[in-house]
Design a protein around this ligand. Structure first.
Ligand code: PRP
Length: 212
């Protein structure tokens, strides 16, 4: 059986519809219910909804053979999996942002608020900049406004949250989108089945790209 971890929420719903278009599905997943695990015995596959931040862990440890996860989480956790395909959904980017016009060169040690401490550390280390990481769990944009931090490292999608809080992007760190990932051992031992799924999904993603 191929086990597939999908992130609960809007991104997971979009990922599931790609799987469905490619021919892999489980009708029960489309009903209103609180179930988390779904099996299609005929297709010998199982889907489960996990917390978005946990998909990489399931796949890395082989509890799932494949999964869908944002590049932001893969980078942050340095997950040891194969990245099979960019699904072209959940597009956004990681950025450094601050209050408009804030002088970021001035502080000797830059205070950085973020949900992504490893990503922020790597980015500023590569620039030789000393930083003090302030780990927050959400609503990061508040931090510079109330002077908890000099800047933030966070995801920007439409830019609305920044704009409405008088913040601006200072530097783009990397582009983000959802990736199809595979457990390294599963990929070797279930190669043909994973390859079939991958090819089906690739066809859907390529067609959707052309339609957009
Ligand atoms: C994310 C991100 C930004 C916002 C960006 O937050 O952390 O706050 O979306 O989107 P925008 O550029 O379209 O405004 P999310 O909604 O996931 O909530 P969080 O603050 O709890 O992380």
């Amino acid at each position: 059986m191929i086990k597939i971890a999908l992130p609960k929420g809007r991104l997971g719903d979009r990922a599931y519809s790609i799987f469905k278009k490619a021919g892999w599905y489980c009708s029960e997943m489309e009903e209103e219910n609180r179930k988390l695990i779904f099996t299609n015995a005929e297709q010998d596959i199982q889907f489960f909804w996990s917390k978005p931040g946990d998909v990489g862990t399931y796949v890395e440890r082989g509890a799932a053979d494949i999964g869908v996860v944002g590049k932001d989480i893969l980078q942050e956790d340095d997950t040891d999996v194969y990245e099979l395909l960019d699904l072209g959904i959940g597009k956004c980017y990681m950025a450094v942002a601050s209050m408009k016009g804030k002088d970021l060169d001035e502080p000797e040690i830059l205070r950085v608020a973020t949900k992504y401490p490893e990503t922020a550390k790597r980015f500023f280390q590569s620039k030789g900049r000393d930083i003090d990481i302030i780990k927050l769990n959400g609503s990061i944009e508040i931090a510079p406004v109330i002077d908890l931090s000099d800047c933030i490292v966070d995801i920007v999608e439409t830019g609305t949250t920044l704009r409405e809080n008088d913040l601006e992007v200072r530097e783009k760190v990397f582009d983000i989108s959802a990736r199809l990932i595979a457990n390294r051992i599963s990929y070797r031992f279930q190669y043909q089945r994973i390859q079939d799924i991958l090819e089906g999904i690739r066809r859907v993603v390529d067609t959707d790209d052309k339609d957009n």
